[in-house]
Design a protein around this ligand. Structure first.
Ligand code: PA5
Length: 440
């Protein structure tokens, strides 16, 4: 199985400093494991890979096959943890131009996303795009009350019902929600929609390896068994209580040491645009898990080499409160040779015969050196290659590191009380306005 390795030699943190956390890590390890089976502790994600439910996986695959056969477009309706994980995996493992490919090459439905914003133009343009296509939708919401996804679901359910009639529309709507709570669950039961359950002890941002992520991922033609195999491998690997050999725990420790040294921003950078949404997922995972009680690193993302020409200057010479975690894929799935040209007008003949990935690698090494020399510590995470197993592994690596890191920081990494603040203001404003209009 392809593997992942973390290199801390450029983190400016010594092995001795890391090992000072040995006892604390052991305590956290035990605490997490003790909570993994509790229904109320939101630690159910910890053993998900080894406890994956065969019957549920078969149901996901069966539905995915049906969707692949009867739909040109599959619309994922969800926000935050209810869509980012699926998108991260799909974009990492499909063609960079998947949605633009013709049907013959793409083989599986286009995957489009809505319910992740409240922008009317975005929604209208999506409706315009799918007018003449066959579609199925998957609405994903654990609470079943999130306004962004609920509004989009209402719009797209109406669209489906007027396009296909109520009974055919029912067969094209897939609901992923809580086992018993929430408006979405009630609606799904009433209408008889195909329903998938989000385990009660798995929070949104830790839910990609539940039906939340697995149904859309399977519809995109990705092998979900392999994804889970990779996560299971990681579950085993990162249950090592010896900090010296556990890269996942080391990553959590190094982040905390750097944070204590006033590095307040962690930038996740990659050199493959397919990982763009992996970074978005990571930002939400760490941001919502750690940013509370006036604590937490600010998680930011860059895509290299693109952003060396935008944020590179800031990272190199701006405030010295940044460190980077770099994702590097050792073996790209393809490469391309740089040609020799007689006139050599661009002066690139010295690279003739070399490949684009060779240059990308040198760009990575050069950037790491420049940033480290400029007091931006770097942690390098190397993925042997980009496949379902490796991505499953990476997801588990980050989920566990995030939980451990939050616990080192002494915050609760499984709640998000701050997210409610904008919601209560928004609902208040909406209700006031509606009442005012009624009085007129
Ligand atoms: O991680 C989280 O808990 C959040 O990001 C939620 O996933 C997000 O707010 C959407 O919530 P819900 O699934 O209830 O619609």
């Amino acid at each position: 199985m392809a593997n992942i390795g973390a290199d801390f030699t450029k983190s400016l943190v010594t092995s001795k400093e890391i090992m000072e956390y040995e006892a604390e890590i052991l305590k956290i390890h035990k605490n997490l494991n003790d909570r993994a089976n509790s229904k109320t502790e939101f630690c159910g994600w910890l053993n998900l890979p080894s406890k994956s439910n065969k019957r549920e996986l078969e149901k996901i695959k069966k539905c995915a096959k049906r969707i692949q056969e009867n739909s040109d477009v599959f619309i994922v309706i969800g926000i935050g943890g209810s869509y980012l994980g699926a998108r991260a995996v799909i974009e990492s493992l499909t063609n960079s131009f998947y949605n633009m490919q013709d049907k013959e090459n793409r083989k599986f439905p286009q995957i489009l996303y809505v319910g992740n914003n409240l922008n009317s133009t975005y929604i209208n343009e999506l409706i315009e795009l799918i007018q003449d296509k066959d579609i199925s939708i998957n609405v994903i919401s654990k609470s079943g009350t999130t306004l962004e996804s609920a509004i989009s679901f209402r719009i797209f359910r109406n669209f489906l019902e007027s396009k296909y009639g109520i009974s055919e529309a029912q067969k094209r709507i897939y609901v992923t929600t809580d086992k018993s709570k929430g408006a979405l669950k009630e609606l799904a039961d009433e209408e008889g929609y195909e329903t998938f359950v989000i385990p009660e002890n798995v929070g949104g941002r830790y839910s990609v390896l539940t039906p939340v992520g697995l149904l859309p991922i399977a519809v995109a033609g990705i092998d979900i068994d392999k994804l889970i195999d990779g996560a299971r491998f990681a579950q085993e690997k990162y249950s090592d209580t010896n900090l010296k050999y556990n890269d996942c725990y080391k990553y959590a420790v190094v982040r905390n040491i750097l944070n204590k040294r006033n590095k307040s921003i962690e930038i996740l950078g990659s050199y493959n645009p397919k990982l763009h949404y992996m970074t978005e997922w990571w930002k939400q995972l760490f941001g919502e898990s750690e940013g509370k009680d006036s604590k937490g690193l600010f998680p930011a993302g860059v895509e290299y080499t693109t952003d060396l020409h935008s944020l590179g200057q800031y990272i190199q010479e701006g405030p010295r409160n940044i460190f980077e975690t770099i994702l590097w894929i050792t073996k790209e799935s393809s490469d391309i040779k740089i040609s020799f040209e007689e006139d050599n007008l661009d002066g690139l003949n010295y690279l003739a015969g070399k490949t684009v990935n060779f240059v990308n690698h040198k760009a990575m090494l050069g950037t790491v050196k420049a940033h480290v020399d400029g007091d931006v510590p770097n942690i390098i995470i190397k993925l042997d290659k980009l496949d379902a197993e490796t991505i499953g592994h990476l997801i588990y690596f980050f989920e566990k590191a995030c939980a451990v890191s939050g616990m080192l920081l002494r915050v609760n990494p499984f709640n998000q009380p701050g997210v409610e603040k904008y919601k209560s203001n928004m609902f208040k404003l909406l209700k006031e306005e509606v009442q005012l209009q009624k009085k007129k």
